[in-house]
Design a protein around this ligand. Structure first.
Ligand SMILES: Nc1ncnc2c1ncn2[C@@H]1O[C@H](COP(=O)(O)OP(=O)(O)O)[C@@H](O)[C@H]1O
Ligand SMILES: [Mg+2]
Ligand SMILES: [Zn+2]
Length: 466
């Protein structure tokens, strides 16, 4: 077997070999065909999705002896030199290590000279967002008056860090992360070319783990090839990347739903013993719940990073949409503390306790605007804690409206009793509604007390109590 790294060996050499970026390819081809080549192009997108690759193909297209052409010949001197990064006229610069003013000044000088062998001088600046402000200013001057036959391709994973003045002078191309399907199809064809046997599930989980990046997928495949003898299976993938299968998450969720606290913690710790990183488990569970939420909303399977088996399991699970949303909320709120914690295992265990508690009892927020519900909710608490107040509330109308909860009572006695207990009431309401509220107590006309419209009008005339 040839020992050249897979990601280099299989670097696409023609636009048509680039997977999943058809929109970008289409417009680049359009620009080449029209012959109107701009001076600055921005390739933005996550790592490992083909930005550098596309920049080189573009450079070949411009400089091929048959060019400009959308299918560079791959044989002429420029095509070959560019493919091996040896061309004098196609320069790749790493923005992260050449971020200062001096480097850009040198660049400004160099661009003044015409290309030696090629039609175009192409500067590919990778991670361009890393340049310093001074460097950007110097670069801007070049972009304002670009020498003829110079083309800049800026690649970046973080376009928001690039000054607007630079952005506005670029033709922008957005590279997208690739789907699990796209990555696993590409890995499958590479495995075939390498004569390696790998199961569909192993391809699937490798692609999931690649998280949108073809390069990451290829480097996992490369490691699998070097350490597995015979057919590569999903078990090999899990072993290599300490990654847990979908069934780990579905089992875990099942246990959470059934509130089997001890089992949840055992499963969690077993996962960690099996080599999974707690942060990894956290991420996996978030992904799984997200998928579960989408399955519940009727999203078709091909948009989910879940296998068919897992989709079936999610559908069967007795979880409703609100429960999933509450769990996701707990998880997302804990993101910082898990990622920053010195002891991620404990941080994660804590989150699992929260998940177990969040599924208990009705969701507090849902009692919000409905007057019937809120009255009943207060009553339930008061009947246990302060029965005397409960009797008063029983005979009143209670409405919640944004920051106010209005209690419309029968007489002055009721009003003064409630007002002298407003502290307690506020505490109870805060717990029920999950927010701070002010309480208004008004005396309503007895006859009209049950008429909502009249009650509200009375409330607006009433006094506010804080
Ligand atoms: N869209 C894609 N189609 C096919 N292979 C890709 C794609 N994106 C990345 N690759 C693979 O990953 C390697 C690195 O890609 P690269 O273009 O350097 O990514 P980026 O510059 O976006 O980080 C390539 O050599 C190729 O093997
Ligand atoms: Mg790159
Ligand atoms: Zn050529």
């Amino acid at each position: 077997m040839n020992h050249r790294v897979i990601s280099l060996k299989y670097r696409p050499q023609d636009f048509d070999e680039l997977t999943g970026q058809s929109h970008v390819v289409l417009s680049l081809k359009g620009a080449i065909k029209s012959g109107r080549i701009g001076h600055a192009f921005l390739f933005a997108g996550p790592r490992g999705v083909g930005k550098t690759t596309a920049a080189r193909i573009f450079a070949k297209s411009l400089n091929c002896i048959e060019g400009p052409t959308v299918h560079p010949c791959q044989k002429c001197q420029s095509c070959r030199e560019i493919a091996f990064s040896r061309s004098i006229d196609v320069v790749e610069i790493d923005g992260a290590s050449n971020r200062g003013i001096d480097e850009i000044r040198n660049l400004r000088e160099a661009v003044q000279y015409s290309p030696l062998y090629c039609k175009y001088k192409v500067y590919i600046i990778d991670e361009v967002h890393m340049l310093t402000n001074e460097a950007f200013n110097a670069l801007l001057k070049t972009l304002e008056e670009p020498p003829p036959s110079v083309v800049f391709v800026f690649a970046t994973t973080n376009p928001v860090k690039i000054p607007q003045t630079i952005l506005s002078r670029c033709e922008r191309f957005i590279f997208k992360r690739l789907s699990v399907k796209e990555i696993s199809a590409r890995l499958k064809s590479i495995a075939q070319k390498e004569g390696v046997s790998i199961t569909e599930k192993a391809l699937h989980y490798t692609a999931v783990r690649a998280d949108g990046s073809v390069r990451d997928g290829e480097s996992i495949l490369e490691q699998l090839i070097s350490f597995v003898e015979g057919t590569i299976t999903e078990e090999d993938v899990f072993k290599l990347i300490g990654f847990l299968s979908g069934s780990f998450y579905s089992d875990l969720l099942e246990k959470i739903v059934l509130k089997r606290d001890a089992d949840v913690l055992v499963a969690l710790n077993q996962g960690i013993e099996d080599g999974a990183d707690p942060v990894e488990i956290y991420r996996g569970l978030v992904d799984y719940l997200r998928a579960a939420l989408l399955v519940h909303s009727g999203m078709p399977g091909e948009f989910l990073d879940l296998g068919d088996e897992d989709i079936c399991k999610v559908k069967k699970m007795s979880l409703d949409r609100h429960e999933i949303m509450r769990m996701l909320e707990v998880l997302l709120n804990a993101e910082d503390s898990i990622k920053r914690s010195m002891n991620t295992r404990i941080a994660l265990e804590l989150v699992f306790f929260q998940l177990l508690t969040v599924l208990e009892g009705p969701p507090a927020k849902q009692n919000g605007g409905n007057p019937g519900n809120i009255k009943e909710a207060i009553l339930r608490v008061l009947q246990v804690q302060i029965p005397k107040l409960a009797a008063l509330i029983q005979g009143s109308a209670v409405t919640a409206d944004g920051a106010y909860v209005c209690i419309s009572v029968k007489d002055d006695f009721a009003k003064s009793t409630l007002m002298s207990n407003q502290g307690v009431l506020q505490t109870i309401l805060k717990k029920l509604l999950n927010r701070d509220v002010s309480i208004r107590v008004v005396v309503a006309n007895e006859k009209k007390a049950n008429n909502l419209e009249e009650t509200i009008r009375a409330l607006f005339d009433g006094e506010e109590v804080r």
